[in-house]
Structure formats: structure tokens, C-alpha cells
Design a protein around this ligand. Structure first.
Ligand code: BJW
Length: 238
């Protein structure tokens, strides 16, 4: 059991109880704004102020005092610390709650809200303030060339080679708090199954799009089901 490898995928549901909105729940972000207005390269080219405003609002929300890692983020950080084998945490979330909880082996496949990318020089820099068309790139000093460092529809998610390598050799794949609507993350469970040895587990509030592909599932709030699952894995494995 000691050498066994774990890959965990998280989505917006894990941060819901920290006070951040999901996307596709009835009260979620996509019920308030249209994807094509804020989350595509075409939207940014057409109306950068609108896209900046959308992410400025979410960036301020993420930095509110009340938004903190919850028991599910804490449990995954503990699993990484205490698991004797390898563990990779892949998050679709652009918040920083996993790192604030202490996770280290972490990939933000859809980018990070608290970073800016310069379209002139390519530099990625920490960014905590509102972003405007007058903002200067901290690396090259150019004005008007910054965008939030996230992955919009039609763009390639980050570090895909490293993710597929880990899925190809993992013994346990756990999907947490994601609806399974967005490719390529929605295909990770099939990729893990195809390696011929992975046990696949879904932890979510409700069955996701791909629920039938999981060997095991536990439904409930992340702050309850994730700590309980981590406790069991550390004690008894799977
Ligand atoms: C709880 C809970 C609690 C609630 N406890 N659980 C047809 C046309 C055009 C494009 C496509 C197409 N078909 C496929 C595509 C590709 C497209 C895609 O998938 N579109 C679909 C919508 C159809 N994908 C892409 O374009 C991606 N790129 C790509 O494919 O490149 C090509 C390529 C890649 C790899 C290999 C080869 C080629 C890029 C996708 C970028 C997604 N970007 C966003 C925005 C990021 C920045 C931002 O945050 O603003 O990422 S969209 C949004 O969805 C965000 C999320 O990360 C992502 C996933 O959402 P998530 O996390 O699943 O949230 P929800 O709300 O959907 O679900 C929450 C779940 O939690 C629910 O199940 C709840 O029940 C649960 N929950 N409370 C536990 N307390």
C-alpha cells in the first residue's frame, strides 16, 4: 500500500462552503453571467473592461476575510502530508484555498485568479489588485497588456502532460466537487480507469455527469465527505 499513487481532481464544489460560488448550480456564476461575455478569448478581445470587471469582483471576493480553506481543503493537505506514496492534486479552481490549506503537489489546470499574464512579454506575476486597461506589467512595464492568468473556453488547460502522466500510473483517482461538464477534466476518470489498476471514487453533493464511471461514490457536502474519506484512506487504504 505504501508505494501507491493517488491523483485527486477538485472543482468548485470543494470551495462552496468557504463562501465561493460554483458555476452550474442554480445560484452559480453561469446563472448570473453568460460564458460568451466573460470566459472566452473572444469576449476579452471584444470587451476587455467587462472581463476585467468580472474577475476584479471575484478577486476581491476571494480576498475577503471570511473566505478561508474549509475542512475538505485541510483534509487533502493532510492526506498529502501523511500518505506514504505519491499524491498529485489537480484543481480546476482558480482560487488559492488549496495552497492556503498547505497543499504543495498542486496543479491549477485552469490557472490562478491571483496572477496576471502579460500578452506582450508572457510574464506571469502575482496580482491582488483590480486590473484595468491602464495596469502596467510588473515585468516589462507595458500598459494595457495584462489579462488574468486563467484558462477560458477554447484555450488549452495548463500542465496537461504532467496530469496525463500521473493519471496513467495512478492507483486511486478521486474526483471532488465537480459537475463533470467541462472537458478535458471530465475525461480524467476514463483516463485513470484505462490504466488498468486505478480505483475511482466520486465525492460530490450529487451524482456528476460521469458518475457511472466511478467504482465508488459518496454524496454530501465536501466538508463532511472529504475528511471522512481521507480518514479512511489513511487508516485502511481502499
Ligand atoms: C458540492 C458542494 C459542496 C456544490 N460539496 N460538492 C463544444 C463547443 C465548444 C467547446 C467544447 C465543446 N465541447 C467540448 C468543448 C471544450 C470545452 C468544454 O468542455 N466545453 C463544455 C462546456 C461543453 N473545454 C475547453 O474549451 C477547455 N479547453 C480545451 O478543451 O482545450 C482543448 C484540449 C485540451 C486538452 C487536450 C486536448 C485538447 C478549457 C476549459 C476552460 C474552463 N474554464 C472555466 C473558467 C475558468 C476561469 C474562471 O473560474 O472563471 O473553468 S469554466 C468553469 O467550469 C471553470 C471551472 O473550473 C469549470 C468546471 O466547473 P466545476 O468545477 O465542475 O463547477 P460546477 O459548478 O460545474 O460543478 C460544481 C459541482 O460541485 C456540482 O456537481 C455540485 O453539485 C457540487 N457541489 N456544492 C460538494 N458543498
Amino acid at each position: 500500500m505504501e508505494e501507491r499513487r493517488i491523483v485527486i481532481l477538485t472543482g468548485a464544489g470543494i470551495s462552496k462552503e468557504s463562501g465561493l460560488e460554483t458555476f452550474r448550480d442554480p445560484d452559480g456564476i453561469w446563472a448570473q453571467v453568460r460564458i460568451e461575455d466573460v470566459a472566452t478569448p473572444e469576449a476579452f478581445a471584444r470587451n476587455p473592461e467587462r472581463v476585467h470587471a468580472f474577475y476584479n469582483h471575484r478577486r476581491a471576493g476571494l480576498q475577503a476575510d471570511a473566505v478561508l480553506p474549509n475542512a475538505a481543503h485541510d483534509a487533502l493537505a493532510r492526506l498529502e502530508r501523511d500518505w506514504p506514496g505519491e499524491m498529485l492534486l489537480v484543481t480546476q479552481n482558480i482560487d488559492d484555498l488549496h495552497e492556503r490549506a498547505g497543499s504543495k503537489a498542486l496543479i491549477h489546470m485552469h490557472g490562478e485568479l491571483l496572477k496576471a499574464r502579460c500578452l506582450a512579454c508572457g510574464a506571469v506575476s502575482p496580482w491582488h489588485e483590480p486590473m484595468t486597461l491602464a495596469s502596467l506589467c510588473p515585468a516589462c512595464g507595458t500598459a494595457g497588456t495584462l489579462r488574468v492568468n486563467v484558462v477560458w473556453f477554447g484555450e488549452m488547460p495548463m500542465e496537461m502532460e504532467r496530469i496525463y502522466d500521473a493519471l496513467g500510473v495512478c492507483d486511486l483517482f478521486v474526483s471532488i466537487g465537480t459537475s463533470g461538464n467541462v472537458y478535458p477534466a471530465s475525461g480524467f476518470v476514463a483516463e485513470a480507469r484505462n490504466n488498468g489498476r486505478a480505483h475511482t471514487v466520486e465525492l460530490n453533493l450529487e451524482p456528476s455527469e460521469g458518475h457511472s464511471l466511478f467504482d465508488e461514490a459518496h454524496y454530501g457536502p465536501a466538508t463532511e465527505v472529504v475528511p471522512a474519506f481521507v480518514e479512511r484512506i489513511l487508516k485502511d487504504g481502499w
